[in-house]
Design a protein around this ligand. Structure first.
Ligand SMILES: Cc1cc2nc3c(=O)[nH]c(=O)nc-3n(C[C@H](O)[C@H](O)[C@H](O)COP(=O)(O)OP(=O)(O)OC[C@H]3O[C@@H](n4cnc5c(N)ncnc54)[C@H](O)[C@@H]3O)c2cc1C
Length: 322
């Protein structure tokens, strides 16, 4: 677990960061808290020769007015008064990530852009060499679903599903300018490509729509241990009721596939219906039927699939006060 050598850069503005990145010819990683990048480097997983720190770029640290800077730490998310009052589900999900010391360094941007995880990837070089390298690092074939086209490593971030159900947007800046991408459209079904962000683009902040505060939202995660563990299934639900009638319902699941996934095709159909126990069971069951977990993280796919139904039922009951 010795860190390999690399050249460390610490630009103070976005433009400086893009200029440094240009000189690295693609052989670089941005680094925020480093709690994902550095353990991967220690395992010799896709190391780069240059690491560009975002820690001195002031505009990435803003928090408030429906805006969360990418460099805001998870501890700040957990404790921020505005979030606790207006979007408690974000603080709740942040509180469930890793451990208190890790949350001091870990950032919201790094959490959204977390690398995908897999039994065949998150291992030492020696382990991977003896087993045979995989498509995501040093090899030619995916060892989960043997083929050469896409990687089936699992997306294991806790915050993205919450941002998805709240209708958040991710803001990117790059040498060609700035753009905004809805959280729901950000991820790509490939454990290597992962998202629409280009390598030279920096996530600057996350914004929340004005009406997000009207939604009741919550997040629950399944994990092996009750601390220091990634979700092997995490469910986020946002709900707006008019009496007992569903005005708006959004559900996103993480930790089961290469991306977090929003189930709008299922939940749109329930607007205008009474949220009783039969409908709760039907929604939980429909999403459970739709998920397809792979056998590459803790717990069997069958168990994780079953828990999607159980957790969603509990979340819907919690949010509807049933
Ligand atoms: C023991 C342990 C347990 C963990 N448990 C959990 C868990 O339960 N849930 C969970 O979600 N995560 C978990 N993590 C993963 C990690 O700690 C968090 O996801 C953390 O939020 C990552 O943030 P970071 O700032 O450290 O990211 P970094 O490691 O700095 O970066 C992660 C990735 O994002 C990119 N990046 C970061 N910020 C930007 C930006 N602004 N623009 C462009 N690219 C950027 C980096 O290049 C890198 O690819 C765990 C990690 C460890 C070591």
């Amino acid at each position: 677990m010795i860190l390999p050598s690399f050249k460390y850069h610490q630009p103070t503005t976005l433009n400086e960061a893009f200029a440094v990145a240009k000189t690295c010819n693609g052989d670089f990683d941005f680094i925020a808290g480093g709690t994902d990048v550095l353990p991967n480097y220690k395992n010799r997983l896709n190391n780069r020769s240059h690491v560009i720190s975002l820690s001195a770029i002031k505009e990435l640290f803003e928090l408030g007015d429906s805006k969360i800077g990418a460099m805001v730490t998870l501890v700040q998310l957990e404790k921020n008064e505005w979030l606790l009052q207006n979007h408690p589900a974000i603080a709740q999900a942040a509180h469930l990530i890793a451990t208190p010391p890790l949350r001091e360094s870990a950032t919201v941007g790094g959490n959204i852009l977390l690398d995908t995880r897999c039994w065949f990837f998150n291992q030492s070089h020696l382990w991977r060499e003896s087993k045979g390298f995989c498509l995501k690092a040093d090899g030619n074939d995916c060892l989960v679903v043997p083929q050469k086209d896409i990687c089936y490593a699992t997306y294991s971030g806790d915050l993205a599903p919450v941002f998805m159900v709240l209708g958040a947007s991710f803001h990117l800046a790059g040498p060609a300018g700035r753009r905004e991408v809805a959280a729901a459209d950000f991820f790509r079904h490939d454990g290597i490509t992962r998202y629409v962000k280009q390598p030279e683009e920096i996530l600057t902040h996350i914004s929340l729509p004005e009406n997000a505060g009207e939604l009741r939202a919550s997040y629950r995660k399944l994990r092996l241990r009750d601390s220091m563990d990634y979700p092997v299934m995490g469910a986020a639900v946002a709900l707006r009721l008019n009496g007992k009638i569903v005005d708006e319902l959004r559900i996103a699941i993480t930790g089961i596939d290469t991306t977090p996934f929003l189930y709008d095709d299922i939940t749109k159909g329930v607007s205008g219906r009474e949220l009783n126990s039969a409908l709760t069971a039907q929604i939980a069951n429909d999403v459970m039927e739709a998920v397809k977990p792979y056998r590459n993280v803790h717990f069997t796919p069958q168990y994780r699939k079953a828990m999607v139904g159980v957790y969603l039922k509990r979340l819907l009951q919690e949010l509807s006060g049933d």
